[in-house]
Design a binder for this molecule. Structure first.
Ligand SMILES: Cc1cc2nc3c(=O)[nH]c(=O)nc-3n(C[C@H](O)[C@H](O)[C@H](O)COP(=O)(O)OP(=O)(O)OC[C@H]3O[C@@H](n4cnc5c(N)ncnc54)[C@H](O)[C@@H]3O)c2cc1C
Length: 382
């Protein structure tokens, strides 16, 4: 491991490797990435469902997704490595008038930003996804540019490209302390030795609070358990089946290895690092899935897992400089959208750290918005 670096990135999930790639591409200097576990992506990234969508309620999240979607489409040209983005679209099914009103507002905002989002009437929905029970569905929003991708393929692409450009990536390497002199970062301590460096980039996802505590900073990220289930092979899934979200029940589902992936966000889960599988949680997912797709009655469970959403109070990421100390930059708190926002997060970070105006105005993502109390909540969170 290097003894000195221009930047130390903490965390080898999709955000850390994307940041490493975009900084290296800008020839930022010597970059060291630390991942405490035995493989990259072992945190939330390997647990992600792979959804990529720009249908959000806040301008910044729509812009982050639109920028990222462009990169997912041309990933090979960007990095030299293949990763598949299946642009099967994302459909939000709406049964309740209150939701329709909210989604129509977001639809207008999304259109104004250039997103090709459409409104689908019940007849269109039935024709598009006949396996879905639609008797209570009044409207859907659909965006053809949204879709699904495999987080590990994108992570590996960024990792290989970053390594090729000289980034030093260390697994089983845990950041254990940050050294500060006269209010400025001078280095880090790890289980493998010390590195002197003026800049630490916090990409530690659900563990971000721990990194903040090392310098007396309060990073407003909480770990929240989320679960997914996959079914065995199903013979009734159309290859065009879009990522589908049942807004009333919170169920989301998409194609996965000839079957379906099913997920649901239990809003009552309290913050903790517990990622054991809760059978009640699984039952709740299956119950919602059977209500919406009755043909799943004979489906078998192929796999299930739990992972952590790295959640902020307004469900939007934190990207920016920490005020408590000089030299700490956060890229964290994506609140369940970190895979889909990784390319944009890496790019705007490289813009800022190389002294350019960020290509998207990320003022809304500043770390200090929570202490000032001025922030807008992203409400389309699943
Ligand atoms: C069930 C589930 C479904 C999801 N579905 C989607 C989806 O469809 N679309 C989407 O965009 N997002 C989804 N997400 C969210 C997505 O997984 C995260 O937003 C994203 O992976 C965050 O990436 P990250 O790199 O910030 O965090 P992580 O992948 O968690 O990486 C952080 C890394 O930091 C390491 N680390 C922590 N502390 C230290 C330390 N002291 N020293 C060294 N290393 C350290 C950790 O070991 C970890 O590997 C889902 C999440 C879950 C749990």
């Amino acid at each position: 491991m290097r003894l000195n670096a221009d930047a130390v990135i903490v965390g080898g999930g999709i955000i850390g490797v994307a940041a490493a790639f975009y900084l290296a591409r800008e020839k930022f200097g010597n970059i060291v990435l630390l991942e405490k576990e035995t493989f990259l992506g072992s945190g939330s990234t390997s647990k992600a469902a792979g959804g990529i969508r720009a249908q959000f309620t806040t301008k910044i999240n729509i812009q982050m997704s639109m920028l990222s979607e462009k990169v997912f489409c041309r990933f090979k040209e960007e990095t030299g490595f293949d990763a598949l983005y299946d642009r099967c679209g994302y459909m939000f099914l709406l049964a309740e008038d209150r939701d329709i009103e909210e989604f129509k507002k977001s639809y207008e905002l999304q259109k104004s930003l250039g997103l090709p989002v459409e409104l689908l009437q019940p007849d269109d929905i039935r024709k598009f996804v006949p396996i879905i029970k639609t008797d209570d569905i009044k409207l859907a929003t659909f965006c053809k540019d949204d879709g699904i991708g495999d987080p590990s393929e994108f992570l590996t692409g960024y990792e290989k490209a970053a390594r090729k450009m000289g980034v030093e990536i260390n697994i089983e390497s845990e950041l254990t302390g940050i050294t500060v002199k006269d209010g400025k970062i001078t280095g880090v301590k790890t289980n493998k030795g010390d590195i002197s460096c003026p800049l630490v980039i916090n990409c530690s996802g659900a563990w971000s609070k721990n990194i903040g505590r090392m310098v007396g900073a309060d990073v407003r990220v909480e770990p929240i358990r989320r679960q997914c289930v996959t079914t065995g092979e199903l013979d009734f899934i159309d290859p065009r089946f879009p990522m589908t979200v049942d807004v009333k029940s919170g169920l989301y589902t998409h194609k996965e290895s000839k079957g379906l992936l099913l997920g649901w966000a239990d809003k009552d889960v309290k913050p903790s690092f517990d990622i054991s599988i809760d059978p009640d949680y699984t039952d709740n997912i299956l119950e919602r899935a059977l209500d919406r797709i009755p043909r799943l009655e004979t489906a078998e469970i192929a796999n299930q897992w739990a992972g952590l959403y790295e959640t902020t109070p307004d469900h939007r990421a934190i990207i920016g400089w920490e005020k408590a100390v000089e030299g700490l930059f956060h890229i964290t708190g994506f609140s369940g959208h970190g895979f889909m926002h990784a390319p944009a997060a890496g790019m705007v970070t490289a813009d800022i750290l190389t002294g350019r105006e960020p290509r998207i105005d990320i003022t809304d993502l500043s770390p200090e918005r929570f202490s000032s109390g001025v922030f807008t909540e992203e409400t389309n969170v699943i």
